[in-house]
Design a protein around this ligand. Structure first.
Ligand code: CO
Length: 134
């Protein structure tokens, strides 16, 4: 299994716009895009730096896992996303290793790319997302 790079860092936030403003004003990182995800109750803002992207996510459904995470932890890092060439190959490699997956099959993420989440149980409590490059 080959990880290309850290594609993005997912940060859960209560108020998307106020956090976008902080990153823009304080650090001069520009907002690249803002959108909703096709199959998740979230709004997303992407802030690109040269090496990686910051993905700010806020829940649109108060009952979602992300909403519960925010209530418990407040604004905080939520997941790390690894970019892979072939997500099917990566998932079958992880299944062979006995890694517990949240998404056994890839689904379409916020940018129209195929993604899958690995259960934090299998990674010391850290939530990892795989995202296919193309
Ligand atoms: Co993500």
């Amino acid at each position: 299994m080959k990880i290309n790079r850290v594609g993005h860092i997912g940060i859960a936030v209560e108020d998307l716009d106020s956090v976008v403003n902080i990153f823009e004003d304080v650090f001069g990182i520009e907002l690249e895009a803002k959108h909703s995800a096709p199959d998740q109750p979230v709004e997303v803002a992407l802030l690109k730096t040269e090496g990686t992207t910051l993905e700010l996510v806020t829940p649109t459904d108060e009952e979602s896992g992300l909403a519960k995470f925010l209530k418990k932890r407040g604004n905080s890092i939520h997941h790390i996303s690894f970019e892979v060439e072939d997500i099917d190959a990566a998932l079958s490699h992880l299944k062979d290793k006995g890694v517990e997956l949240i998404d056994k099959e890839p689904r379409v993420g916020a940018e129209g790319k195929r993604i899958a989440f690995i259960h934090p149980k299998s990674c010391a409590g850290i939530l990892i997302e795989l995202k296919e490059k193309t």
